[in-house]
Structures are given as structure tokens and as C-alpha cells.
Design a protein around this ligand. Sequence first.
Ligand SMILES: C[S@@+](CC[C@H](N)C(=O)[O-])C[C@H]1O[C@@H](n2cnc3c(N)ncnc32)[C@H](O)[C@@H]1O
Length: 308
Amino acid sequence: MKFHHIPVLFNETIEMLNLKPGQIIVDATLGGGGHAGGILERIAPDGTLIGIDRDPNALAAARAHLKEYGDSLITVHGNFNDLGTILGKLNIPYINGLVMDLGVSSHQLDEKSRGFSYQDDAPLDMRMDPTQPFSAMNVVNEYEEKQLAKIILEYGEERWAARIAKFIVENRPIHTTGELTEIIKAAIPAKARRQGPHPSKRTFQAIRIEVNGELEILEGAIETAVNFLESGGRLCVITFHSLEDRIVKNTFRRLERPCTCPPDSPICICDKKASIKILTRKPITPSKYEIDENPRSRSAKLRACQKL
Ligand SMILES: C[S@@+](CC[C@H](N)C(=O)[O-])C[C@H]1O[C@@H](n2cnc3c(N)ncnc32)[C@H](O)[C@@H]1O
């Protein structure tokens, strides 16, 4: 199996992780193993990389790509939301660094049958983990109109959400991404369709986020990762849209300034301590060169912090 995923913000992420030989690092979104290769090159043979992915195909491809590193790579099929349990089972009490490169991989987008892309006609699916029973078929065909409109508005930031939800409900059952795209096109007025990106872009993003529960797990996963980091350990998170980036930014800020006392309180009485230092006041974004080479990197943002 061949993966074509070009790792995004590769040099910047590797630099931010501040890797040393022998370290224990987690790649919570192993994908095709692009970032993982750079990490292993710096920590192996004495170090260990735990590579997690929800997609068994990604794990198989990464293992093949990184086979030269042998036992330095441990792959785990799972959700990074279960990081605590995963590390517990491996008897790993602390880690020196963790990277999350969120969203779908280029391979998942390119694999037509997975239904992630609005460019192809495929069954409605969009599951990162094909062993999970809940798919885009359930969201599109079973959600109430109001619920559909809410997720398309919130997760897709789509101004035509209410009309799209109405058209979807009126045209059920819907089986394929092609059918869904035709319905979305009919729902968005022609003038608006001509201006923005592909008419399905925002709605497909919203449905994908809902199917995979992408946003609700992020804050908790960052906190768990910080708890497992050894003092001085680094956490890097790469996001691809503003909703994710906002969660990362706000969670980092809360962990850096955790005091919950009312602003008019003369002294701190909550006694909550900072656990991290933010290393990127502004997120790191790809260079023009990287965007030219890999247009999918366009919306990427990297934020990093260090455990105190
Ligand atoms: C953008 S790709 C990562 C690419 C990787 N950094 C590389 O260089 O090849 C994101 C990967 O994370 C996985 N993923 C997304 N959310 C996940 C989660 N909550 N738990 C585990 N894996 C997840 C996806 O299945 C996908 O393979």
C-alpha cells in the first residue's frame, strides 16, 4: 500500500519537539508516518515512538514505511482520546513529547471509497475508523432537520446551513457523496455558489467532524497529553481549520494561566498552578514555498507548548 501524504510543517514540528536520542514520543495521528520518520531518525535506536491512528490502513502503511526502525516503533489502533489507557497498557508512565496532526490524511481523501471527498461519487461514509458503526449515512439520513442545520452551521461555518438541511431532509434517502453534492448545489443560490469555494466544502467538513467526533475530544486529549509529559517535554498540535485552532489556543491558555479566581479578587485563592509554557504566541504557518509544493498545507497552523 502506498501513501502519498507529505507531512505538513515538518521541519517546524521537528524543531519544536526538541528531540533527543532515547526519548519516548507519541505520534497521536500516525497517518502515513511522515512526521514519525523524522522523529524516529532522531530518537532511535534507544528511543521509542508510540504511533496511534484510528485507521488500520494508515497503521499498516506507516509500519511498512518505517520498518527499518524495528521495535523503536510501536503502533496502536485506537483513538488518541484514549491516550491514558493506551499508555497504561504499554506500561509507559511518562512521555517526552507528543504530536497531533489533526484531520484526515491525503490518503484518506484520495481513497474514493471512503467518501471523504466531494470530488468523487462514493457511498456516504467518512469514518476515519472503518470499524466504527456510525457513518455519514446515519448523519445525513437520520438526523432531524434542526440538528443537521446546527452541525452544518457550527462545524462547517456555512451560512446556507438551514436551507441545505431542509433540502437534505426533503431528498432522503441519500446514498452517495455525488447525490449529496447535487442537493447542496440546489440549496445554495447560484450567485453565492459562484463566489466561494466548492459548494460542498463546508457541509462535508461539518459531516466529517460529526461522524468522527473530532472537536469534542480535543480539549481532553490535550490535557491528558500534558499530564503525561515529563517536565520540559513538548506538545505540538497542527490544525487545519479555525474551529480546531480555537480549541487548541484556548486550552493552551487555560493550562498556562489556570487561575479561576474572579478578576477583582486581590489574591489567588483557587491555588491552581500553571502546567505549561506556550512556545508559539502566534501559530506557525507554512511558508509560501511549502504551500506551492503542497497546497493542502494552506490552512495549517502549528501551536506548541512545553511542560513546566
Ligand atoms: C493529517 S493525518 C496525519 C499524517 C501524519 N502526520 C503523516 O505525516 O503522515 C491525520 C491522521 O490522524 C488520524 N486521526 C485523526 N483523528 C484521530 C484520533 N482522534 N485518534 C487517532 N487517530 C486519529 C487519521 O486517521 C489520519 O490518519
